[in-house]
Design a protein around this ligand. Structure first.
Ligand SMILES: [Zn+2]
Length: 116
């Protein structure tokens, strides 16, 4: 697997609007649009990281915290991930984003990259 670094602020808004915010990305294999709810992503610690490239965290500029299972992005937001499958080319890949509250009731979503 390889890492595609994106590092882009996708969302900056209220907690209420965060829950309906959809991340739109292009399939890294065929370019087809993929859409999913940011709120459906899982903390990185719940992902099976064995299949990830060993240096994925370094490439995505994520730092390990606590017991080494929690990852945070360069803004101190916790990293989340979701496995996507493209409806068109059927390729699977993992999208990684830093998500969190930066001020009371103000949320940010940074699209960090794709592991493909
Ligand atoms: Zn595709």
């Amino acid at each position: 697997m390889s890492v595609l670094v994106i590092n882009k602020l996708m969302f900056d808004g209220s907690e209420q609007s965060f829950y309906s915010f959809k991340i739109e990305i292009s399939c890294p294999f065929c370019g087809k649009e993929i859409i999913f709810l940011a709120d459906d992503m899982f903390p990185m610690k719940e992902m099976n990281l064995k299949s990830f490239p060993k240096d994925f965290a370094k490439q995505l500029n994520l730092r390990r915290r606590a017991n080494g299972k929690i990852f945070k992005n360069s803004h101190g937001l916790q990293a989340y991930a979701i496995e996507c499958q493209c409806w068109d080319c059927e390729a699977s890949f993992i999208v990684v984003a830093g998500i969190g509250e930066i001020q009371p009731s103000r949320f940010n979503v940074f699209l960090e990259g794709v592991v493909k």
